[in-house]
Design a protein around this ligand. Structure first.
Ligand SMILES: *[C@@H]1O[C@H](CO)[C@@H](O)[C@H](O)[C@H]1NC(C)=O
Ligand SMILES: *[C@@H]1O[C@H](CO)[C@@H](O)[C@H](O)[C@H]1NC(C)=O
Ligand SMILES: *[C@@H]1O[C@H](CO)[C@@H](O)[C@H](O)[C@H]1NC(C)=O
Ligand SMILES: *[C@@H]1O[C@H](CO)[C@@H](O)[C@H](O)[C@H]1NC(C)=O
Length: 184
């Protein structure tokens, strides 16, 4: 075997390796398409902040005061909110959202959410755990579904937030598009 032949073999070998890795790479990329979740659930989140007197109606309460840094920085709210299938507050809840958000940006309204969606209906039994940043000025915000239990065993995905209505400091409604990409 001449030196030229040997180097040609090496070249062929490397080309083979490169083509193999490229195929694997493009393959794994194409299995997760953002527009093709294995499960898609749309629910509406209703948050009624306790104003000091509306005990029967409130679903959330402010537990720390904002600092003087601006944009509510430092204010934390704990919620036990109904999730409905349509935008109506008084529709029967399909799930509960239990967790908290706080404001964590000085010069713009930016919240950080961590909560569990609890399903206990004939349709679904189980939980989804969601966390992530919610930069309020953006029209849509993506948060992570970091896990699940029951009917959502070991799932992962994305929740897209769209604020639909704000009534002063006391009520807001967010459309949540829950897209799961791992379903077992
Ligand atoms: C709190 O909300 C309730 C119901 O919306 C209202 O009747 C009450 O006046 C409010 N209280 C304060 C202190 O704003
Ligand atoms: C409860 O809150 C809703 C939404 O803000 C309001 O329309 C309704 O009047 C409130 N009910 C009571 C009893 O405060
Ligand atoms: C928040 O501020 C109000 C009014 O200044 C005060 O009454 C309340 O105790 C404060 N709450 C906390 C958790 O610091
Ligand atoms: C779920 O619903 C069932 C039937 O309505 C009820 O018995 C059970 O207590 C509920 N579980 C929770 C954790 O709310």
């Amino acid at each position: 075997m001449s030196l030229v032949q040997i180097s040609n073999y090496f070249l062929l070998f490397f080309l083979l390796i490169i083509s193999c890795t490229t195929t694997t790479f493009t393959h794994s990329k194409s299995t997760l398409k953002p527009e093709e979740p294995c499960k898609h659930i749309v629910l509406y989140y209703h948050d009624i902040l306790f104003n000091g007197t509306d005990l029967s109606n409130a679903t959330s309460a402010q537990i720390t005061n904002a600092s003087t840094l601006g944009s509510n920085f430092g204010m934390m709210v704990i919620f036990d909110d109904p999730m409905t299938k349509d935008g109506h507050l008084h529709s029967p809840p399909a799930a509960k959202a239990q967790g908290f958000y706080f404001y964590d940006r000085k010069n713009a309204y930016n919240a950080w959410f961590a909560y569990t969606l609890i399903f206990n209906s004939t349709e679904y039994k189980g939980t989804l755990n969601v966390m992530g940043a919610d930069p309020l000025p953006e029209k849509t915000r993506d948060l992570s579904v970091v896990g699940g239990t029951g009917d959502f065993f070991m799932t992962r995905g994305i929740v897209t937030f769209r604020t639909e209505e704000i009534q002063g400091d006391f009520y807001f409604r967010v459309r949540m598009d829950i897209k799961l990409y791992e379903c077992y």
